[in-house]
Design a protein around this ligand. Sequence first.
Ligand code: GLU
Ligand code: ZN
Length: 303
Amino acid sequence: MNPSAYIGRFAPSPTGPLHFGSLVCALASFLDARHHQGQWLVRIEDIDPPREIPGATNTILKQLESHGLFWDGDLLYQSQRSDAYNAALAQLHRDGLSYSCNCNRQRVAALGGIYDGHCRQHQVGSDSAIRLRLPETERDSTITFEDLIVGAYPQNLCSEVGDFIIRRRDRLFSYQLAVAVDDQFQHISHIIRGSDLLDSTPRQLYLQGCLGASAEQTAAMQYGHLPLAVNGEGQKLSKQNHAPALIPGEESSNLWLALEWLQQAPPVELRSENSATILSWAISNWSLAKIPNCAEIPAPNSV
Ligand code: GLU
Ligand code: ZN
């Protein structure tokens, strides 16, 4: 492939500082981009104020820089993209692909999370949630993509997901909508991220198609979903279960441990080198194929 066509990204939500689990995602997406002489963009996914922590964006950016993970071009802040998301909502509405839903939480929960299309006859109103209308038949709603790490991943949107929310009742744009719009807008070609988002990928591919991407364009999107870093109890490292923030001053060790976790087999001598030296070794020696296709890997004890 034409190397300049590679555009990767890291898209943190500012819900807290980076921890080991987010560092491996940042690092893997950075290394895959740099190994292919591609660009690596950083996008701040700040569209969910109730979940955000003041100052987290700055902390994350400082942590990336202190680990030598310098991004290309300008940062994109999703909080500044409302016009684009509203335009996408208007387009979907105009094309008859969305509808408003007034079902309450209890009703949706009783469906086991897979929405039954109850509100399909409604018009889009202003104080209800907005859902995307999936194809009428299950036959037309299987999305399969070939994940770079996980392999073939088929999902039937009708039977496994249902018409999903693209704008919430509280008027916040959904994660799925914002990601699909922005990955298209930024011409992202490669997405390396955690496998907690594996089952969102078919929704995002489908949405991109609804927003005008051709079948060739969506087929060209490359996704690689990393195993999840888990703590001693087997829980995904996250702010909810108090994953510790990366310790300042430990950047070399963090990077080395992340490379080992990604099974890149970094030589031991590298551990005491500076970030730039470690990253230059890692860019040259990067191999996505060495990352195991498994659901989770324990994080090292010392991070
Ligand atoms: N902002 C999302 C998160 O922090 C990641 C989005 C993505 O990589 O698609 O979980
Ligand atoms: Zn409804």
